[in-house]
Design a protein around this ligand. Structure first.
Ligand SMILES: [Zn+2]
Length: 353
């Protein structure tokens, strides 16, 4: 019974297994079909819709970026007020020390000249009327210059006290603004990180939809023929000329983006990676069209010195090297015809249209 029953059971099992395998294969074929349909659907969605989706994500992040940039400007202004107040205090301290020394010397000279009764003895020491008149004139001049000297000391002390109070006020404003900037930096970074995957997938669909119609291309350039330099979620605002540390002014656009996001050549040309203390890992791209592009704060390079690159080719990755260390990761971009820097902002906006 056992020997007869066993084949029946195993036969049923075999049929069940075959049916299961068929169902499984059918499911796999169906799922593979779905995956094949996905990029086609994305292509059907079209370049325009994908660009609109990317623009919508950027718009959602841009408020956080603007808030951050505002606090950076506010902090730079506060820091230069602190520096100016400190410089005034140094100047006034030096002035006060000199005036006090002169005053002490005058008091000493008067004491030596006149003894206990000072000016009176000096005047009574006259031997002729003419001598007396001369000594009165001299005493008047000495008295008024001493009064000026004393007034100078009093006024300088008052100015110094005002500036010391002022320094306390601006220094605490600086502490508050630094905390605000750090909080806004965290908010911006987390918003960028939250949309990173979604943005990357829409961007990949956009690139493949565009490349299928443009053999040899890598990424759609804007109407100005330039490819947007950061290929991933990003945000930027127009900070051309904004105050920067050491009395400098911002000569480019900061494109905020998570660390490691690929940076691409805006136009075809030759690249020169180089380190400098402000820009950190930097690349100068000399475009074949005569324009120069400067990429700064990269986490690493993807090219070597003298390499020819195509527009849209990856040349490095977003980071915060150089004076951006400790701040948000971003690409600092400068651009201009023959190295005459212009505000990149309107050009960048056009690249994304
Ligand atoms: Zn910058």
């Amino acid at each position: 019974m056992n020997t007869r029953a066993a084949p029946r059971v195993s036969g049923r099992r075999a049929r069940w297994a075959r049916r299961s395998a068929t169902v499984l294969v059918a499911m796999l074929v169906w799922m593979a079909g779905l995956q094949a349909v996905a990029p086609m659907a994305a292509q059907a969605a079209g370049v325009t819709q994908l660009k609109q989706k990317l623009a919508a994500i950027r718009a959602q992040v841009s408020a956080a970026d603007r808030a951050y940039e505002d606090s950076v400007t506010q902090l730079e202004n506060t820091q230069s007020r602190v520096a100016r107040t400190r410089a005034s205090i140094r100047t006034e301290n030096a002035h006060l020390a000199a005036a006090q020394t002169r005053l002490a010397m005058r008091a000493d000279a008067m004491y030596r000249a006149g003894g206990r009764n000072g000016i009176l003895d000096f005047l009574l020491g006259s031997v002729t009327w003419q001598d007396f008149v001369t000594r009165v004139d001299l005493a008047t001049v000495i008295a008024s210059s001493d009064a000026d000297l004393a007034a100078d000391v009093i006024n300088t002390r008052a100015r110094l006290a005002r500036n010391v109070r002022q320094l306390g006020v601006v220094a605490s404003a600086q502490t508050r603004t630094t905390a605000l900037m750090k909080a806004r930096q965290r908010a911006m970074d987390s918003q960028l990180a939250a949309r990173q995957a979604e943005y990357a997938s829409a961007l990949a669909s956009l690139a493949s939809a565009w490349v299928s119609g443009h053999p040899g291309g890598s990424y759609p350039p804007g109407p100005n023929g330039m490819v947007f330099p950061v290929q991933g979620v990003h945000s930027y605002s127009d900070t051309w000329g904004a105050p920067r540390s050491g009395g400098r002014h911002h000569m480019g656009t900061d494109i905020m983006s998570p660390r490691g996001t690929p940076c691409v050549a805006t136009v075809a040309g030759t690249v020169r990676p180089h380190w400098n203390n402000l820009g950190g890992n930097s690349i100068t791209l000399s475009g074949n069209d005569g324009w120069t592009f400067y990429y700064a704060h990269l986490s690493r390079y993807a090219v070597h010195v003298g390499q020819s690159v195509k527009a849209g080719q990856v040349i490095g990755y977003v980071g915060n090297t150089g004076d951006a260390a400790g701040g948000p990761t971003h690409l600092h971009l400068q651009m201009g015809p023959h190295g005459n820097w212009v505000d990149p902002y309107p050009y960048l906006r056009q690249m994304e249209q």
